[in-house]
Write a protein that binds this ligand. Structure first.
Ligand code: FAD
Length: 476
């Protein structure tokens, strides 16, 4: 019998699960329950009356790898090809990435010649780090913090400066707490398989992905580093919702799930504020901690594993300046924690996506990211920190780092509470233990989304696709 499937959470993971379910004949009924009034979760774009786009969450999607290709295929199937804004490999936003160290912007080496020279803020050519990786032995531990792994393989300076900044840029996190196995599985596996990260990555790259379409080929030929959508990335969850609705998926906003209980027949009873929904299978696309709070008594081992996945808060300040000149051109810059703890980095949105500047051609859009693992200790309580304070900190950073001292023509401040999960040391054990609990108990529950195996938009989409494929396997 075809199951009735309830998808919890209308972020990109939940919507992707609906999309894949809607494309199959797997379920007799699909219902999506989203607690807030809007769909998209952290994907949230504002388009102003003059056409400028401000991203409050993700702003660029990487096309690389199997998961990146998978998202491009989905975009193509949704008919969004004409809206794609690519950033080709030879574009300044692909080639130029900066670190702000010692009060100065430093361009990271982008070509092979750059690794043979000493380039500040590093004290020696990066080729030495590469050579160290080629000869360093394989680590014995089943997991390691990101800086311990990188220091062992490439030297302490790369760990302290580049990796510290990278973890702040991707996870808004403190690398000293993050797991290399879970945050950067490709690096971990490369060492496990080939002893050297460089060798392992080079061999993995040559594998051909079975997924193919015109958009994927365009991305490969143009060596895109990332892409967005003309009206903002929110176009993607909107298109997923429209596609799913057309195929009969019931989508409910303002449907906060309060409790999950098992019925005597083994199905789920999902309690909402004003009623209940019954389903044979639940796909949870909620943050792990939110799901843990809903599970029935008796599932304590699972609750313990899910509750352990903490998340950090980020303040996102969008700024638009008129007639401002950036001192450099590139994707943006990251700030290592020793330079300024709460200031994570600044993205130069106008450089990567000038099409989103709107009709005011002379406007420069920037996004300042603050907080992360340092939010409470440096900025205060995310619930009460005044937005005016965050705005003035952001403006001060733009003045200091980029020399833009004028008042912004437009600004939007958002505080995203617990928005980026932190895969801390040993995260993999909790994920494996949760998966084996589901299997042992034969629980009709799938876990998808950013809490488990990758926080990027593409990884979230891929997790939803895999969950639907596994469900198809168990039903047929
Ligand atoms: P969410 O977006 O968190 O969705 C979960 C949904 O569940 C929410 O809509 C929530 O309202 C709902 N919910 C919660 N509790 C309940 C309940 N009890 N009942 C019903 N519904 C409930 N990724 C990239 O690839 N590129 C980037 O440039 C990038 N930048 C980012 C910048 C920021 C500031 C942030 C926060 C993230 C960024 N990411 C980026 C990561 C990526 O955007 C997220 O990991 C991804 O969008 C998470 O999607 P999700 O559906 O798993 O979770």
């Amino acid at each position: 019998m075809q199951p009735r499937v309830a998808v919890l959470g209308g972020g990109v993971s939940g919507l992707a699960a609906c999309y894949y379910l809607a494309r199959s004949t797997l379920a007799s009924k699909v219902i999506l329950l989203e607690g807030s009034p809007r769909l998209g979760g952290w994907i949230h774009s504002t388009q102003t009356e003059d056409g400028a786009v401000f991203e409050h969450g993700p702003r660029g999607i990487r096309p690389a790898g199997a998961v990146g290709k998978n998202t491009l295929l989905m975009v193509s199937e949704l008919g969004l090809e004409a809206d794609v804004l690519p950033v080709p490999g030879d574009h300044p936003a692909s080639k130029n990435r900066y670190l702000y160290v010692g009060g100065t912007l430093h361009k990271l080496p982008s070509g092979i010649s750059g690794v043979f020279r000493t380039i500040a803020p590093f004290s020696r050519p990066l080729i030495w780090s590469g050579l160290k990786d080629l000869v360093a032995p394989r680590g014995p531990a089943p997991d390691e913090t990101v800086p311990a792994f990188v220091a062992r393989r490439c030297g302490q300076e790369v760990a302290d400066v580049a990796i510290d900044s990278l973890c702040r840029g991707v996870f808004a996190g403190d690398c000293r707490a993050l797991s290399v196995r879970s945050c950067f599985p490709a690096l971990f596996l490369a060492e496990q398989k080939c002893r050297s990260v460089i060798l392992g990555m080079a061999l993995a790259k040559s594998k051909k992905s079975p997924v193919d379409c015109r958009l994927i080929r365009q991305a490969q030929e143009g060596r895109w580093s990332q892409w967005s959508l003309r009206g903002g990335l929110q176009t993607l969850p909107e298109a997923l919702a429209a596609f799913s609705r057309q195929r009969g998926v019931e989508i409910h906003c303002n449907a906060l799930v309060k409790r999950l209980e098992r019925t005597a027949s083994g199905s789920w009873q999902i309690a909402l504020q004003d009623g209940t929904v019954e389903a044979d299978h639940v796909i949870s696309a909620l943050p792990a901690k939110a799901l843990a709070a809903l599970l029935p008594a008796g599932s304590e081992p699972l609750i313990r594993d899910l509750s352990g996945v903490q998340a950090v808060s980020v303040a996102v300040v969008n700024l638009q300046y008129e007639n401002a000149q950036l001192p450099v051109t590139g994707f943006g810059h990251l700030v290592p924690s020793f330079e300024d703890r709460p200031l994570l980095g600044i993205v130069y949105d106008s450089v990567a996506f000038p099409e989103q500047d709107g009709r005011q051609g002379c406007a420069t859009r920037l996004t300042v990211m603050m907080g992360g693992a340092w939010f409470t200790s440096n900025l205060g309580d995310p619930d009460t920190v005044p937005h005016t304070e965050l705005l003035s900190r952001a403006q001060e950073a733009v003045r200091q780092h980029l020399g833009i001292a004028t008042e912004p023509a437009r600004s939007i401040v958002k505080v995203h509470k617990a928005c980026i999960p932190q895969y801390t040391l040993g995260h993999w054990k909790h994920i494996e233990s949760a998966a084996s609990y589901l299997k042992q108990q034969n629980l009709p529950l799938s876990l998808v989304g950013a809490s488990y195996a990758g926080v990027s938009v593409s990884e979230c989409i891929f997790s939803a696709q895999m969950a639907v494929a596994r469900l198809a396997g168990s039903v047929s």
